[in-house]
Design a protein around this ligand. Structure first.
Ligand SMILES: NC(=O)c1ccc[n+]([C@@H]2O[C@H](COP(=O)([O-])OP(=O)(O)OC[C@H]3O[C@@H](n4cnc5c(N)ncnc54)[C@H](OP(=O)(O)O)[C@@H]3O)[C@@H](O)[C@H]2O)c1
Length: 304
């Protein structure tokens, strides 16, 4: 069953910065604004690198502050307000190679803050140890890995907090993610986040590739494009919703329920197996995992 947060009255209103607001950052901003958390847009800020990009974001998100400057006072208000109670959640959503630069930009402002923000990264490969090196001592850090369906509040997210994140901070952040991501898991080991990136972080691309091939084949066999896309999209949504509704039934059983022995679906599955798609999926995810693990290795910390 897909769940969404329905009670928002007890949710404190945190300050939120999304630094590096590209595809995923925009997805998070869009999802948070559409979520039932009732966040105050005036407390959400976005940063990017290019002025042209900032202009587009200002048009797309008229109520939000957009800046190129990580020292902009809009991100670090001097006066304490009631919102400070809920804290500041600073998301870094740049590509991994730019994370260290953003950390350098914000470090003096974190040091000058009464309470340091919780810094959340969404980048595979960049470790908590690297982030601790790049940020002032004592900064609470969370590594996270959502996926693009957060834009329509249907994401899937893994979290790995550093020990300095308080239970209260983790609770506020988890509820924020839950509002845009019905599945939020807190991981026991940091490297599992790289596995989450390879599985659910990339999953939309895997599904879209499969859907694209299915739609194209439907078109080549005589169906109109819009009709084929509609049928395949709904089949994807429906299959996921059904699997989620009955977690006690294995995915193999759900598949077998469609594959009547000797029937057409079984024949189709045999063709896919003969083409080695199980091995292909495993090798693809493994390749993604290897890339995720190595992503932070090109960037160096101060001492590690
Ligand atoms: N896309 C996904 O499905 C997905 C899923 C899970 C995780 N992730 C992770 O999320 C991160 C972002 O991915 P993405 O697809 O959103 O990338 P993206 O579209 O390229 O967005 C990155 C943004 O970072 C901005 N940026 C770069 N350096 C900056 C700086 N110094 N200060 C401020 N902004 C800066 C860029 O701004 P300009 O455009 O102005 O240069 C760009 O808009 C990556 O680490 C990726 O691995 C992505």
């Amino acid at each position: 069953m897909i769940h969404k947060i329905s009670h928002t009255s007890d949710y404190p209103s945190p300050r939120i910065t999304i630094a590096g607001c590209g595809v995923l950052g925009k997805g998070i901003a869009t999802g948070l604004l559409a979520s039932p958390l009732n966040l105050d847009p005036s407390k959400i800020s976005l940063t990017v690198r290019r002025e042209q990009h900032a202009r587009c974001l200002r048009e797309e998100f008229p109520g939000l502050a957009v800046t190129l400057d990580h020292g902009d006072p809009v991100l670090w208000p001097a006066e304490a307000t009631d919102d400070d109670e809920a804290g500041h959640f600073f998301f870094i959503v740049t590509k991994p190679q730019h994370v260290q630069l953003v950390c350098a930009d914000i470090s003096p402002h974190i040091q000058a803050s009464r309470t340091p923000p919780v810094v959340i990264t969404l980048c595979p490969g960049i470790t908590i140890a690297q982030l601790q090196d790049w940020l002032p001592t004592g900064t609470p850090i969370v590594r996270s890995m959502p996926n693009t369906p957060v834009m329509v509040c249907q994401g899937a997210t893994g979290l790995f907090p550093s020990p300095l994140v308080s239970p209260g901070q983790l609770s506020i952040l988890t509820r924020m993610f839950e509002a845009i991501s019905p599945s939020v898991v807190t991981l026991a080991h940091e490297d599992q986040l790289n596995v989450v990136a390879a599985i659910s972080g990339s999953a939309p691309a895997y599904f879209y590739r499969l859907m694209d091939h299915m739609v194209a084949t439907g078109i080549s066999l005589g169906l109109p494009e819009s009709l084929a896309r509609d049928l395949i999209t709904q089949s994807c949504i429906g299959s996921g919703a059904f699997a989620r509704e009955i977690p006690s039934v294995s995915l193999a059983q759900l598949r077998n329920d469609v594959c009547v022995p000797g029937g057409s679906t079984e024949k189709a599955m045999n063709v896919l197996d003969a083409h080695g798609w199980q091995r292909g999926v495993k090798e693809a995810i493994t390749a993604s995992l290897t890339a995720n693990r190595s992503m932070g290795q090109g960037t160096t910390g101060r001492s590690r």
